[in-house]
Design a protein around this ligand. Structure first.
Ligand code: DC
Length: 229
């Protein structure tokens, strides 16, 4: 039996594939820290929106990085994200911030700015880290890489329900077309595009309930990491 061992699980996939709900539940079950890297891009997107800059104009966004400090803290085991000391965990979930996050995430300097923070958390903690490039760029030596997906229609429906639950008025068609645009942005960008690592386990969750997918991933973890969990 090994003593303290750091375990890193990478979970990538497009928006609305269920990454964050599953990661949170898996983190709880396995005693890992859940790291939501999308929240970091959202915080930078929110900062840029507040400064009234065009979020897809790298020349305007890059200078802002000098004024941004991002910290992750854990309150009752839940990740909270601080932007220059302000807890923006709820504000970053607003619909407008999603597009801004996607824009800023295409800027290599923004990705570089977050890389050290993401890697350093995983170096000293056992984590399940969710994002788009965790298995390909951030943690290429992760102990397990998962890539979760589902049809755009199903992902948009899940996101639509989440927004409605949060009291944000939105048409399903708008959520779907924004999601398709964001998928394109994330997949087509030159730098660290959304794609599965060659050694990732691919899981299509279309039609699955949460508990179906949870059980499936739990089994993959048992098979692949049976010396740890
Ligand atoms: O997972 P999310 O929807 O909160 O992510 C917000 C945006 O950030 C999304 O458009 C893709 C981008 N992102 C990224 O490029 N790399 C990551 N590791 C995480 C998110």
């Amino acid at each position: 039996m090994k003593t303290k061992q750091i375990v890193n699980i990478a979970l990538d996939g497009p928006s609305g594939a269920g990454k964050s709900t599953l990661s949170k539940a898996l983190a709880k079950e396995l005693g890992l820290i859940y790291v939501d890297t999308g929240a970091m891009y959202r915080a930078i997107g929110l900062f840029a929106l507040r400064q009234n800059v065009e979020t897809n104009d790298s020349a305007s966004v890059i200078p802002l990085l000098d004024s941004i400090k991002i910290d992750l803290i854990y309150k009752r085991k839940e990740q909270r994200i601080l932007l220059n000391g302000e807890d923006v965990s709820e504000k970053i979930r607003e619909h407008a911030v999603s597009a801004a996050a996607s824009d800023v995430s295409a800027i290599p300097e923004v990705r570089h700015f977050l890389l050290d923070l993401q890697r350093s958390i995983a170096e000293s903690n056992s984590v399940i880290m969710d994002g788009r490039d965790i298995g390909t760029v951030i943690l290429p030596n992760a102990d397990l890489k998962l890539f979760l997906t589902a049809t755009a229609e199903e992902r948009a429906m899940r996101r639509y329900k989440e927004l409605i639950e949060r009291g944000q008025k939105m048409e399903y068609e708008t959520v779907l077309s924004d999601m398709l645009k964001r998928d394109r942005n994330d997949e087509m960008r030159d730098h660290a595009p959304l794609k599965p690592a060659p050694d990732a386990v691919l899981l299509d969750t279309t039609g699955n309930s949460f508990s179906d997918t949870f059980a499936l991933i739990r089994q993959v973890i048992k098979d692949r990491l049976n010396d740890v969990f």
